[in-house]
Ligand binder design. Structure first.
Ligand SMILES: [Zn+2]
Length: 184
């Protein structure tokens, strides 16, 4: 069963949501090469060459936590730690060192040459993080009050509160409903 949920509206945020809880993950989509491949495919950033993937997973989880420590404070209106911003900068420098500019429908975009590896995914995540940091809108980055997943609110009215109305939104509604009934 594929249980990948993509609610972030930005690759870097979806990547931070590859654990369902912190500090102890009940589910970690970067725990094994197989799960990582499944997640990456579902996220539209497939890993084609899987040789060396197991060895790359600790670095992948490190980058995930670095990106989380940058955007989680921003979701609450605080400044991220300098050390984590520097780590994102270092990851972005590596990303650019491997990128090339490809013509894409009237503009140029950074692209990373095939075959796609775990390294390609991490370079795309670093580029996505810098893109979001530099261009924002950071006031639209939020943490779901129920599961703490991060997401970029791209809704028209900018009032999205939950990672997903079908999971956390409805769960919270049900909880409040029962709490109201049992307290009356
Ligand atoms: Zn949630």
């Amino acid at each position: 069963m594929i249980d990948v949920e993509l609610v972030g509206n930005a690759l870097c945020l979806d990547f931070t949501n590859t654990v369902n809880s912190r500090p102890v993950a009940r589910r970690d989509w970067l725990a094994t090469p197989e799960e990582t491949v499944t997640w990456a495919r579902a996220a539209g950033h497939p890993i084609e060459r899987q040789a060396g993937l197991a060895a790359a997973l600790p670095a992948a989880r490190d980058l995930r936590e670095t990106v989380f420590r940058v955007f989680q404070p921003l979701a609450e209106g605080n400044d991220p730690p300098r050390a984590d911003l520097d780590a994102v900068t270092a990851a972005y420098a590596d990303s650019l060192a491997h990128a090339r500019l490809d013509h894409d429908d009237g503009r140029f975009r950074f692209a990373w040459p095939a075959p796609r590896t775990a390294g390609t995914l991490l370079r795309e995540v670093a580029a996505s993080a810098v893109d979001l940091l530099a261009r924002g809108p950071l006031e639209r980055v939020h943490a779901c009050p129920s599961c703490r997943w991060l997401f970029l609110d791209t809704s028209k009215n900018g009032r999205r509160r939950w990672c997903s109305m079908t999971t956390c939104g409805s769960r919270d509604k049900a909880r409040r409903y029962y709490a109201a009934r049992t307290s009356s």
